[in-house]
Design a protein. Structure first.
Length: 116
């Protein structure tokens, strides 16, 4: 039990590790590459077309339109996700101690929920 409490409050005592800064071109290219190899995006596109499009539309034009829509929607969601990640990273860097304390208390509360 004491070991779990120690693990919950260990992040409070550790400083925030700054991530190294990438050059602009390097970050863009790695993000572009990630978009093409991200299995989650591919699986969700296949499942979306299979479950929601193919039962209702069989024409090539409709399938192409839905494929383009899914590609645009996936890219937009990925950009929004990375934007919020950038904001969260700055927030964590500026308020490390407070956020680590809140997360440690939340983790301890969830751990206590298992026993009580």
């Amino acid at each position: 039990m004491n070991d779990k409490i120690f693990q919950a409050f260990a992040p409070v005592r550790t400083p925030f590790a700054r991530v190294r800064e990438f050059k602009k071109g390097q970050a863009y290219l790695s993000g572009l590459f990630l978009q093409f190899v991200n299995v989650k995006v591919m699986v969700s596109a296949i499942v979306s077309i299979q479950m929601f499009v193919l039962p209702y539309y069989q024409s090539t034009e409709a399938l192409a339109a839905f494929a383009i829509f899914i590609a645009i929607a996936g890219t937009s969601c990925n950009l929004i996700w990375s934007g919020f990640g950038s904001v969260a990273s700055r927030l964590f860097a500026n308020h490390t101690k407070l956020i680590n304390t809140i997360l440690a208390i939340s983790l301890a509360f969830c751990g206590a929920g298992f026993w009580f």
